[in-house]
Design a protein around this ligand. Structure first.
Ligand code: G16
Length: 544
């Protein structure tokens, strides 16, 4: 077993986006591509020698090969111990949990999240730091700078390891511990939620369907829901992780989780439905014939937090990404909680959680979580909803949400995505908007007086770091908003996201269909940005 130093040359574009480096599998399969990126991390991080790293992924195509390569490179670079999930599997929230519980130095999580998997689809890598959360921007920028000048990497010349059995191996001077990927996470969930009450709910006929979308959450949901909580077998559907997610798009929204949507919108629908994504950090929550927007989900959970044992003494505050609706802000104002608005990307919540300023965080992109880990956590959100349902017996999901609107008002909310558009056209559109917003405050667009318009800049209240150009927002006097940004997670061309929101304070105005309620703002958003003329798209690709 010897350490080999391999000469290499830089690849262009190894720049981590909203959540790590995401590229087509074929890009990652180029000789030295993965190795360059991993070595750039080892060259940039300080103090990991002899320490513990966590490694695992969502099981997608190329996951196993990448994990084997990272193990050999970790051994060659002086890592002391690696905890790796059995079968090379770890969901994103479970990886965060394992890093925290075992006081690891950090971890590599292999996933392209909700993007499709397979030889012609997507792969990705992100690195999480000691607090269990995504590496902050200043670190990913340093790693990117390193990828641009890298000239060699180190790798141990050794056979692939058996990762299919829970066991411990030696790899050069490093120990590889293959761990049960579910155990630590399930134990944490038992500490936070009232498992006896949830068990009782199932025993009394509570009906639920959980769609794991053939992705990583399958083993976690099966163990927790059907195993520990006694839900009937078959409660978890599509529960076996597959390398190509069964050909599906593992994104839990109304379009891609259509199998679950059909079940929950049928005449004999169960009480509760939920889905999670490729790597288990996203969630969608449905009631019987009812869809809960992720923004409302955060607000409802914040308002009901004290019903959940792990948060029974109250929460310090809520944080949401800027494009997420302001529903949670209204709860925070009413309950006297801290409230933060961050750029898109879970990494921006880390400092607020570490400093105890926020306890619950959420994003419109189907992400909700708390300070129990430093990632968004699909199953956590699902169990949190179940706990609220158990603590409010006799009330359906729809009744809980509608009651919430009555008290706090309703934020009608929708996101329109234009996927895989031409990059130059997308950048041109954003430039056009930037020029246009300058004089907008004080003007009236259609019937909507503009209160403010800017390109969002975030100043981290903990460390003072500044993140500029995080999305163009037009805020109207009645609290309605239009937000535009380019996605940082796509792998093809550019994806334009347009977020539209309107506040309805009174119950009489709260029962409209969302797209109808937002129709004039949607038209305004399309006209302002000249979307059709600039991108050639008359319709969005996905509406959530
Ligand atoms: C990632 C990030 C989220 C972000 C989402 C969408 O989620 O972790 O914070 O909201 O992407 O980002 P964008 O709008 O830039 O595409 P995931 O689940 O893909 O890791």
């Amino acid at each position: 077993m010897s350490i080999r130093t391999v000469a290499t040359t830089p690849f262009e574009g190894q720049k981590p986006g909203t959540s790590g480096l995401r590229k087509k599998v074929k890009v990652f399969q180029q000789e030295h591509y993965l190795e360059n990126f991993i070595q750039a991390w080892f060259d940039t991080l300080e103090g990991f020698k002899g320490q513990t790293l966590v490694v695992g992924g969502d099981g997608r195509y190329y996951n196993r090969q990448a994990v084997q390569c990272i193990l050999k490179m970790a051994a060659a670079n002086g890592v002391g111990r690696v905890l790796v999930g059995q079968g090379a599997i770890l969901s994103t929230p479970a990886a965060s949990c394992v890093i925290r519980k075992h006081h690891a130095f950090g971890g590599f999580i292999l996933s392209a999240s909700h993007n499709p998997g397979g030889p012609d689809e997507d792969f990705g890598i992100k690195y999480n730091i000691t607090n269990g959360g995504p590496a902050p921007e200043k670190v990913t920028e340093a790693v990117f700078a390193r990828t641009e000048i890298i000239d060699s990497y180190k790798i141990l010349e050794v056979e692939d390891q058996d990762l299919d059995h829970v066991a411990s191996h030696r790899l050069g001077d490093m120990t590889v511990e293959v761990i049960d990927p579910v155990e630590d996470y399930a134990e944490l969930m038992e500490q936070l939620f009232d498992f006896p009450a949830l068990k009782n709910m199932f025993a009394n006929g509570f009906r639920m369907s959980f769609d794991a979308m053939n992705a990583v959450t399958g083993p976690y949901a099966t163990e927790i829901l059907e195993g520990r909580l006694g839900a009937p077998r078959g409660t978890v559907i599509n529960g076996v992780p597959l390398e190509d997610f069964g050909g599906g798009h593992p994104d839990p929204n109304l379009k891609h989780a259509h199998e679950l949507v059909d079940i929950l919108f049928a005449d004999d629908a169960p009480d509760f439905g939920a889905a999670s994504d490729g790597d288990g950090d996203r969630n969608m929550v449905l009631g019987n014939n009812f869809f809960v927007t992720p923004s409302d989900s955060l607000a409802v959970l914040a308002a009901n937090a004290t019903l959940i044992p792990g948060y029974k003494d109250g929460i310090a505050g809520v944080a949401r990404s800027m494009p997420t609706s302001a529903a949670a802000d209204r709860v925070a104002a009413e309950l006297g909680l801290n409230c933060y608005e961050t750029p898109t990307g879970w990494k921006f919540f880390g400092n607020l959680l570490d400093a105890g300023k926020a306890t619950f965080c959420g994003e419109e992109s189907f992400g909700t979580s708390s300070d129990h880990v430093r990632e968004k956590d699909g199953l956590w959100a699902v169990l949190a909803w179940m706990n609220v349902l158990a603590a409010r017996p006799g009330e359906s999901v729809a009744q809980i949400v509608q009651g919430h609107w009555e008290k706090f008002g309703r934020n009608y909310y929708s996101r329109h995505d234009y996927e895989a558009i031409d990059l130059t056209a997308a950048n041109g559109l954003m430039e056009h908007l930037r020029a246009k917003i300058a004089g907008l405050a004080g003007q009236t667009l259609g019937i909507h007086p503009v209160a403010a318009a800017d390109d969002f800049t975030y100043i981290d209240p903990v460390d003072g770091s500044v993140s500029a150009q995080q999305g163009i927002r037009i805020i109207f006097e009645d609290g309605s908003r239009i937000v535009y940004r380019l996605s940082g997670t796509g792998t093809e061309g550019a994806t334009l996201r347009v977020y539209i929101e309107r506040y309805a304070a009174h119950q009489a105005d709260q029962a409209l269909d969302t797209q109808e309620a937002l129709a004039d703002l949607i038209q305004l958003a399309e006209d302002m940005a000249e979307i059709e003329a600039r991108t050639g798209r008359a319709e969005p690709t996905v509406i959530t």
